[in-house]
Design a protein around this ligand. Structure first.
Ligand SMILES: [Zn+2]
Length: 326
């Protein structure tokens, strides 16, 4: 059911069946000539039905909307080509558009990502084949989807509203929030979520994602936001949540240092197995492999930040990276 949040601005919840995120909040701004849909859901039948049924309730068909994407993840972008149809325009940050490029670019990206994870101690037997049935891969938008690249500060106007793109890299290299100054409304994407902490992982060609994310958290604090609209689950008070996320990562960094002091020379994979995770598995061995991938990615992001701060060092031996406190 569409929820009208402000005049002609609706939240259209889309279920993410079987995914720990549970639900995606897409937002629709109805205008006189064009309509703007912010994020879309996975390219799968559950999401497709939920999204298009709610658009129909508002009198809209696929192709009646332009699509604005907060970032590249498939749960946000999967249905963008279908929603935009032949006439709609798709907008995404210029730094986040690799998944809209050719199959070659996409394949190269994953090949490098897998090689990097193997170097971090992730068993090769688990890495191989991991992505074939995975949502990030299987439910992404089609390759070579035409789109317009946004830069920090770009403005879109629809339905009498003005949305300004605020580049907030960290969760992804080109993540964007969208700010409506006159109304004090910020569309947050996955930059700040209120019920879960956004996943911060290591990326090819985007060094120190965590350090960048922490800066982007400080950046968002400077806006006088009165209504913060996250892409998953419930709403809340933005500045209090930003402070809680800053503290969360500070504690994670402390935990990383504590474990490495006790056991120098661990790989990121070994270290991840000793960190505390909020997941229903009895031990590291029983983690589903996709969850291990996220956990190790997050651990590497914390290690990269500690490397940038000069608090740990990395030694590569026989192709495997091991970390020690300086
Ligand atoms: Zn995301």
């Amino acid at each position: 059911m569409p929820e009208e949040i402000l005049k002609n601005i609706y939240r259209l919840p889309v279920p993410l069946t079987g995914n720990p995120l549970k639900e995606l909040n897409t937002y629709l701004i109805k205008g006189k000539e064009r309509n703007l849909l912010i994020d879309t859901g996975f390219r799968c039948e559950d999401c497709r039905q939920a999204l298009f049924a709610q658009l129909a309730e508002l009198g809209l068909q696929p192709g009646d909307v332009d699509v604005l994407l907060t970032h590249l993840h498939s749960d946000h972008t999967g249905l963008c080509a279908e929603a935009a149809g032949e006439h709609g325009t798709i907008y995404i940050s210029g730094r986040d558009n690799y998944m809209f490029q050719s199959q070659q670019v996409w394949d190269d990206y994953w090949r490098t990502a897998k090689a990097n994870m193997t170097a971090q101690g992730f068993p090769r037997s688990l890495v191989d084949g991991l992505w074939q049935g995975n949502a990030a891969y299987a439910m992404a938008p089609p390759r070579n989807t035409p789109h317009i690249r946004l830069q920090d500060g770009d403005v879109l106007e629809v339905g009498g509203y003005r949305l300004c793109a605020v580049l907030t890299p960290g969760h992804t290299p080109g993540h964007m929030c969208f700010w409506m100054e006159n109304e004090g409304v910020m569309f947050l994407g996955d930059h700040v979520l209120f019920d879960i902490s956004p996943n911060i992982t290591a990326w090819n060609g985007f060094p120190d994602a965590l350090g960048t994310y922490l800066q982007s958290l400080q950046k968002i604090r400077e806006y006088p936001v009165t209504l913060a609209l996250p892409a998953h689950r419930g709403r809340g008070e933005l500045n209090a949540r930003v402070d809680a996320l800053l503290l969360h990562h500070e504690r994670r960094l402390d935990e990383t240092m504590r474990i490495l002091r006790q056991q120098p020379g661990l790989t990121a994979y070994e270290l991840a197995g000793k960190m505390t995770w909020r997941i229903r598995a009895r031990n590291w061995e029983e983690f589903p492999v996709a969850q291990k991938w996220f956990a190790v990615g997050e651990t590497v992001a914390h290690l990269e930040h500690l490397l940038a701060l000069g608090q740990v060092k990395a030694l590569r031996e026989n192709g495997i990276v091991r970390y020690t406190v300086l």
